[in-house]
Design a protein around this ligand. Structure first.
Ligand SMILES: CC(C)(COP(=O)(O)OP(=O)(O)OC[C@H]1O[C@@H](n2cnc3c(N)ncnc32)[C@H](O)[C@@H]1OP(=O)(O)O)[C@@H](O)C(=O)NCCC(=O)NCCS
Length: 142
C-alpha cells in the first residue's frame, strides 16, 4: 500500500467514488477546483496499482478543513482511511496547524467511529446541512 498525492488525472475516478459512496457528493468540476487550490492537501492510497481511497482538505490559516475521506468498499477495514488521516495529521503538525475540523452526517456511524478513534470531538450540529440530513461538526486540536 502506498500513499501518494492525488492529482487532476484522478478526478474522474474520485468523482465516481463520491457519487457512489457519499450522500452529498462533490461534482467533477468542484473536485477540480479543490485540487487546483494551492492550500489543498489531497492524498490517495494505492494498492497494487488500484486507487483504493483518498482524502482531501484545505489549510485555512492555522486550521485544516477535511472535505472527505472515501475508501472503495472492497478495501475497507484494512486501515486505509486511518493511514490517510495519519498522514494528514503528520503534515498538519509539520505546518503548525492548531485545529482540524470536518462535517459528518449524523447517520454515518462508520465515519464517526473512525474520527473518534483519532480524537475528533463533537463541537456542534449543523441542522439539514446535507438537505434532509444534519451534520456534526467535529474538531481535533493538535
Ligand atoms: C468511513 C470510511 C472512510 C472508513 O474507511 P476504512 O478504511 O474502512 O477505515 P479503517 O479501516 O481505517 O478503520 C478505522 C476505524 O474506523 C472505524 N470504522 C471503520 N469502518 C467502520 C464501520 N463500518 N463500522 C464501525 N466502525 C468503523 C473503526 O473504529 C475502525 O477501527 P477498527 O477497524 O480497529 O475497528 C469508509 O467506510 C468509507 O469510505 N465510507 C463511505 C464514505 C464516507 O462516509 N466517508 C466519510 C465522509 S465524512
Amino acid at each position: 500500500m502506498n500513499i501518494e498525492e492525488l492529482n487532476l488525472k484522478d478526478v474522474k475516478e474520485i468523482a465516481a467514488m463520491e457519487s457512489k459512496y457519499i450522500y452529498y457528493p462533490y461534482s467533477e468540476s468542484v473536485l477540480c477546483e479543490i485540487l487546483k487550490n494551492p492550500n489543498c492537501l489531497a492524498l490517495k492510497v494505492v494498492e497494487d496499482g488500484v486507487l483504493a481511497g483518498y482524502i482531501s482538505g484545505q489549510f485555512v490559516i492555522d486550521e485544516f478543513n477535511i472535505n472527505n475521506v472515501v475508501i472503495k468498499e472492497a478495501y475497507r477495514r484494512k486501515g486505509y482511511a486511518s493511514a490517510l488521516l495519519s498522514e494528514v495529521i503528520k503534515e498538519c503538525q509539520k505546518q503548525k496547524i492548531k485545529k482540524l475540523y470536518l462535517e459528518v452526517a449524523t447517520t454515518n456511524e462508520a465515519a464517526q467511529q473512525l474520527y473518534a478513534k483519532f480524537g475528533f470531538k463533537f463541537s456542534y450540529e449543523r441542522k439539514k446541512y446535507y438537505g434532509d440530513q444534519s451534520a456534526l461538526v467535529l474538531i481535533k486540536s493538535l
